[in-house]
Design a protein around this ligand. Structure first.
Ligand code: ADP
Ligand code: MG
Length: 140
C-alpha cells in the first residue's frame, strides 16, 4: 500500500550537519521525499504538535529541545511508509535501537534522538496536515 508519513529531522541532527546522511537512509530504503521545509518552531507550535504527551514528565523539556534550533520537516512516500520509516528510525531510546538505524547512529539520548516519525496511518494524516498544505506535496 502506497502511504505517506511525516518525518522530522530534529534540532540535534540539524546542528550536527547530518541532514543529508539521514535523507540518504530514507531514499536507500525506497522512500521518496515528496515535501520538505526547514522551520524554527515557535513554542506554541511545538507544544501543539506534541500535545499527546502533555501529561508526560518530559513534555516541557521535549518542547524546549524542539524549539532550540531549526528542524527539517518532511513527507515520506512509499509502500508501507509509516511502518517502514519507524523501522529505519529505530527505537525511541537509542540504547534499545537496532544496529544500522538512524537513532542508533545519530541520537545522543532518549530525548535528543535525531528524528520524529508518525506512529500510525491516522497520526500520519493529522501530522501531515499540521505542517503542509496540499500544494506543498509532490506525490509521485
Ligand atoms: P517516538 O518519537 O519514538 O514516537 P514518543 O512519541 O514516545 O517516541 O516520544 C516523543 C519524543 O519525546 C521522543 O522522540 C523523544 O524525543 C522524547 N521522549 C520520549 N520519551 C522520553 C523520556 N523518557 N525522556 C525524555 N524524552 C523522551
Ligand atoms: Mg511518537
Amino acid at each position: 500500500m502506497q502511504e505517506q508519513t511525516l518525518s522530522i529531522i530534529k534540532p540535534d541532527a540539524v546542528e550536527k550537519n547530518q541532514i543529508g546522511n539521514i535523507l540518504a537512509r530514507f531514499e536507500k530504503e525506497g522512500l521518496k521525499i515528496v515535501a520538505a521545509k526547514m522551520l524554527h518552531l515557535p513554542e506554541e507550535t511545538a507544544k501543539k504538535f506534541y500535545i499527546v504527551h502533555k501529561d508526560r514528565p518530559f513534555y516541557m523539556d521535549l518542547v524546549r529541545f524542539m524549539i532550540s534550533g531549526p528542524i527539517l520537516v518532511l513527507i515520506l512516500e512509499g509502500a508501507d511508509a509509516v511502518a517502514k520509516n519507524r523501522k529505519i528510525m529505530g527505537a525511541t531510546d537509542l540504547a534499545k535501537a537496532e544496529k544500522g538505524t538512524i537513532r542508533k547512529d545519530f541520537a545522543e539520548s532518549i530525548e535528543r534522538n535525531a528524528v520524529h516519525g508518525s506512529d500510525s496511518k491516522e497520526n500520519a494524516k493529522v501530522e501531515i496536515e499540521f505542517f503542509f498544505t496540499k500544494k506543498e506535496i509532490f506525490s509521485r
